[in-house]
Write a new protein. Structure first.
Length: 316
């Protein structure tokens, strides 16, 4: 039991790393299946188009799916185009702020597609087939403009002996693909490390307070789910009983539309007030009736998402 408790505690403390690791492993496994089972290079003039579609189309689909499964995407967009929703400032300024908020979301959404491309380049099947049909490869290998050279290039992915003969004086297409793959992986890790360092250096809170913030956010989310289910169950039971028994409903309090809107704003951390969520701020400011709460609640700032992103990287 102790080992199980330690394992669960480790998973909870490093859930961000584990989540991205699982996504990367599943993506890599899917690429291997596609590369070995589904992909078959045609070895003709369609090499470039066929291989590029296998390399880029799944990456684009994974990018879109990453947005779709991210709850913050819908939290950011839900109700933003409603006629009743008014953002302060000019429309251009509001669009600029929304675009800035999308930056950390896009970075997270790129984990799966970049993993797909990197693993595909290391495997070299897609690149080798695509490069054999490109005009750049033709200029590199067919300097004498021999009429049969282009046809031989098309057949390179399907004939290992021919590939070895043509690329004897140059890096093989497989070697080129693997070099690009390793360069892409090194670049991604470098950018991720620099971004994390910059985010931590600009953090408005200390390391231990950031850990506390993460714990609080998890507990608040868990308790909100439990309380919301209990509240919804009681309301549904009351309504169903009144319907079948033809009785008048007893008074039952539920949050108003205005209250739901107040706790749905993106939270902006203020070191002077030290609230840890919109619910915390709502409760501590007379149920959101404070004039300052209303003023700050309408302002979508970049710090709002930076603060949420910092709670994610705190498990690193």
């Amino acid at each position: 039991m102790d080992r199980l408790h330690k394992a669960l505690d480790f998973c909870m403390r490093h859930q961000t790393i584990l989540r991205y690791s699982i996504v990367s492993l599943l993506t890599a496994a899917g690429e291997q299946i596609f590369s070995s089972v589904v992909f078959k290079c045609p070895c003709n003039s369609g090499n470039m188009l066929y291989s590029s579609s296998f390399l880029l189309a799944p990456a684009f689909i994974l990018w879109l799916l990453s947005y779709m499964v991210n709850a913050r995407t819908w939290r950011l967009l839900t109700g933003r185009c409603s006629p009743e929703k008014h953002l302060q400032g000019s429309p251009c300024g509001a669009c600029a702020r929304l675009c800035q908020l999308l930056v950390p979301m896009t970075a997270k959404a790129l984990v799966a597609p970049l993993t797909w491309i990197a693993v595909a380049l290391l495997g070299a099947n897609f690149y080798e087939c695509a490069a054999s049909g490109s005009s750049l490869t033709k200029r590199l290998f067919c300097k004498d403009n021999a009429p049969d050279c282009q046809k031989q290039l098309f057949k390179m992915p399907c004939d290992e002996k021919l590939s070895a003969e043509i690329s004897s004086e140059w890096l093989s297409l497989q070697a080129q693909s693997q070099l690009i793959g390793w360069f892409l992986i090194a670049s991604i890790l470098t950018v991720a490390l620099i971004s994390t360092c910059v985010s931590r250096c600009c953090s408005p809170v200390s390391y231990l307070q950031l850990k506390f913030w993460k714990i609080y956010s998890q507990k608040e989310h868990e308790l909100f789910e439990i309380k919301a289910k209990e509240h919804a169950t009681k309301l549904a039971e009351r309504n169903i009983n009144c319907f079948f028994e033809a009785t008048d409903p007893a008074p039952f309090h539920t949050p108003s539309n205005e209250d739901w809107q107040k706790i749905s704003f993106l939270y902006t951390f203020n070191s002077q007030e030290q609230y840890y969520s919109m619910i915390h701020k709502y409760v501590s400011t007379n149920r959101g009736n404070n004039a300052k709460f209303k003023e700050e609640g309408q302002d979508l700032t970049v710090l709002a998402f930076v603060d949420e992103a910092q709670t994610d990287v705190s498990g690193l």
